[in-house]
Design a binder for this molecule. Structure first.
Ligand SMILES: Cc1ncc(COP(=O)(O)O)c(C=O)c1O
Length: 404
């Protein structure tokens, strides 16, 4: 078969005589991946590129975690674990909720997954029937609407901006929750905006969803990377929320592919059945490695790294504002700044492309995060040391014809 998929971004449904499910037409690629590939090409040709597009910590996994993973492999821990996860890891996460947040969560409600991605898939699979609507913030993490599409659900992107801290609020649910709505999915802190949802607001949203026979899914993957105030887990607010989390970001374990999902107790059996069939289990060595993530020395190291992220934010935020980017709300967490560039360029996608080609700085265009004002926004990731960010800002300033 020589026929190539001409454009994976378009709806192609077997018209050329090869089968492809309709839903694939709704799954867009991460545009940043094309940008990253181009950045790598330029680097291979000898150009220096400042990477401010990458959504993962630049720190390697802390040594105690790596050592624990290697030891597990050496000792032959290479078999499946139960689909819900290693009991010791589920207990360790429950203990973490107690010590970090002062919240009691039964280990039986904690399900170990292949990343937050696996957790999102399980949550959406357990809740969404074909045609059901899931309310999402636009801008938001792009995969969310695709998980909904995979279940033949309907993602409802709701435009959010500075007036709601770039987050869904209960007013949005009141306005958009129709007869087919089954869930609202929020992330706090958010990707791409780094903003938080106030706990009282989160509680009201969860109550609203529950009162209509639906659910609130709260993605807490950027917990631990919060620089203003302390993030409260939604699990401390109500027992009927679905909470997503991961070892990827705060724990610096992106490549291990490990996360977790906390569900109301009555869902555990359904999730167990889905997980058994879809994943069998998360990676066994990764689960043993993660047991070392909760040791006090590891947590102290991770908190020091969080402070480093805060210092980067405190450098980059005023620097971008000084160049004329609009950031009306301080990002309170994660490692992103979502900036309005309307005063500087007519189209953020073209701006990102030209900035890479001409100035050697890679950033993510707004179109990766939705449709709302996407051509006016860019995401800057501060996943590089301050000296590197400083050079990035200097290059952007030169590109814009200004002094940094
Ligand atoms: C908001 C959000 N949720 C989920 C994920 C998926 O993360 P992982 O599967 O690595 O845990 C990401 C990754 O960037 C994210 O930004």
């Amino acid at each position: 078969m020589t026929d190539q998929h001409p454009d994976p971004d378009k709806t192609i449904t077997g018209r050329k005589g090869w089968p492809l499910a309709q839903r694939v037409g709704h799954i867009e690629p991460f545009h940043v991946m094309a940008l990253l590939a181009r950045a790598r090409e330029l680097e291979a040709a000898g150009r220096s590129i400042i990477h401010m597009e990458i959504g993962e910590p630049d720190f390697a996994t802390p040594e105690p975690i790596r050592v624990a993973g290697a030891r597990a492999i050496e000792q032959g821990a290479t078999f499946y674990t139960p689909a819900l996860g290693l009991p010791a890891l589920r207990q360790a996460i429950a203990a973490f909720y107690r010590t970090r947040y002062g919240v009691d969560v039964a280990a039986e409600r904690i399900i170990i997954t292949p990343g937050a991605s696996g957790a999102l898939l399980l949550a959406v699979a357990a809740l969404v029937n074909p045609g059901d609507e899931v309310l999402l913030a636009d801008p938001g993490y792009p995969a969310n609407r695709h998980f909904v599409r995979l279940m033949d659900g309907v993602p409802v992107g709701i435009a959010v901006g500075p007036d709601s801290n770039y987050q869904l609020r209960s007013e949005h649910l009141q306005q958009y929750w129709g007869g087919r709505a089954k869930a609202a999915l929020v992330a706090t802190p958010s990707n791409p905006t780094g903003t938080l949802i106030d706990p009282d607001e989160l509680r009201t949203m969860a109550q609203f969803a529950a009162a209509r026979g639906g659910a609130l899914i709260v993605d807490e993957i950027y917990h631990g990377l919060v620089y203003e105030g302390a993030a409260q887990t939604a699990l401390g607010l109500r027992d009927d929320v679905f909470v997503i989390n991961s070892f990827s970001k705060y724990f610096n374990m992106t490549g291990w592919r490990l996360g977790w999902l906390v569900v109301p107790e009555r869902y555990v059996d359904a999730i167990d059945r889905i997980a058994q069939n879809v994943f069998l289990a998360a990676s066994t060595p990764a689960q043993y490695a993660a047991l070392a993530a909760f040791e006090p020395a590891t947590l102290a190291l991770l908190d020091a790294r969080r402070d480093e992220f805060r210092a980067r934010r405190d450098f980059l935020l005023p620097a971008l504002r000084g160049l004329g980017f609009g950031v009306p709300q301080n990002p309170q967490g994660a490692f992103y700044i979502y900036a309005n560039c309307a005063g500087l360029a007519p189209d953020s996608f073209v701006f990102a492309r030209d900035l890479l080609e001409q100035a050697g700085v890679a950033i993510t265009p707004g179109i990766d995060f939705g449709a709302h004002a996407a051509r006016e926004h860019l995401r800057f990731a501060y996943t590089r040391p301050v000296e590197v960010l400083r050079e990035g800002v200097a290059r952007i300033a030169r590109f814009l014809g200004k002094r940094a």
